[in-house]
Design a protein around this ligand. Structure first.
Ligand code: NAP
Length: 278
């Protein structure tokens, strides 16, 4: 890539753990299991050590198998379903996830999205799981600013370590307020569906920018998500070639001209847009 500068691509969690700002998603994995395990392992070797799973995805066993030879180098994120997020339900769900993952601890355990159990119950269970060493940190997913404020106001709430939210070129809502709120609270954001599920890469503006950098549109999309400090992109890639292509986005630095063209093609929000959650 012509732009020879190196960018520092590390994100630090509140407990001091650091990860590369490019991780690996696993939603809808399992159909090509061996190829996907190979892809995840190649990603780990390339430094993409954060792996995102959830009890809902049915990929915890696959992730467990992929990381078995290198568990201590990997940062596992998993999630409890809202329908299990009562006090006892959260604890039981975590035990089941640990078993499926074949590990003693989860690095970051999230509430997948808002359900009907009060946050206070879920957070009490998460805090206890953390004290017991079964999870290193806990956080939220699909929560907007007002709900994150609520979490922080609860007993132990200030231990919340991350929010995982939808963020890609077509879904820029978090730029209106959640991004600055997170920065102010030094709380990392994890950007899910950073490639718009793979649908955006034929856009002419992306192709043009990619061409200038001798890169690909996918790499432009990822570099764009990671341009802001404190954001971790977690694309899902089901084969080694895609993982290697995605990893090279860490070397791509977008110019002001690129960013201007992206804003023209994919305008930033000018008003509050509620997070589109699950
Ligand atoms: P995504 O990462 O935006 O897109 C995945 C798609 O992009 C797949 O079809 C993949 O195909 C394709 N792709 C990846 N790298 C590529 C490359 N270099 N070239 C061409 N195509 C490429 O979508 P996502 O899976 O929805 O989101 C990513 C992760 O975020 C999920 O896997 C999950 O871990 C997490 N997530 C969290 C939530 C939540 O509520 N917290 C919601 C959705 C997703 P191949 O498989 O063929 O590589």
């Amino acid at each position: 890539m012509p732009n020879g500068q190196k960018k520092e691509h590390r994100v630090t969690f509140p407990n001091g753990q650091q990860v590369t700002s490019l991780g690996q998603g696993t939603y809808q994995m399992g159909r090509r299991r061996q190829e996907e395990i190979k892809a995840l392992r190649r990603g780990i070797d390339l430094g993409l050590t954060l792996i995102d799973t959830a009890e809902m995805y049915g990929t915890e066993e696959l992730v467990g198998e992929a990381v078995r030879p290198c568990r201590d180098r990997v940062f596992i994120v998993s999630k409890v379903l809202p329908s299990h997020a009562s006090y006892t339900g959260t604890k039981r769900a975590c035990e089941r996830s640990l078993q499926r993952l074949g590990t003693d601890y989860i690095d970051l355990y999230l509430l997948h999205w808002i359900g009907s159990y009060p946050f206070s119950e879920t957070v009490r269970a998460l805090a206890e799981l953390q004290q017991e060493g079964k999870i290193r940190q806990w956080g939220m997913s699909n929560l907007d600013v007002d709900d994150m404020e609520h979490i922080l106001s609860l007993p132990h709430g200030k231990d919340c370590a991350a929010d995982q939210v939808l963020y890609n070129l077509c879904d820029r809502g978090i730029e209106y307020d959640l991004m600055s709120w997170s920065k102010q609270h030094t709380l990392p954001l994890m950007a899910y569906t950073p490639l718009g599920e793979g649908r955006l890469r034929n856009h002419p503006a992306l192709q043009e920018i990619a061409h200038r950098h001798d890169a690909t549109p996918t790499q432009v999309m990822l570099a764009w998500v990671m341009r802001t400090a404190g954001i971790i992109a977690i694309p899902k890639a089901g084969c080694v070639a895609h993982v290697e292509e995605n990893a090279r986005s860490l070397e791509l630095i977008l110019t002001d001209e690129d960013l201007g063209e992206i804003d023209k093609a994919f305008p930033p929000p000018t008003r509050k847009i509620r997070l589109a959650g699950w």
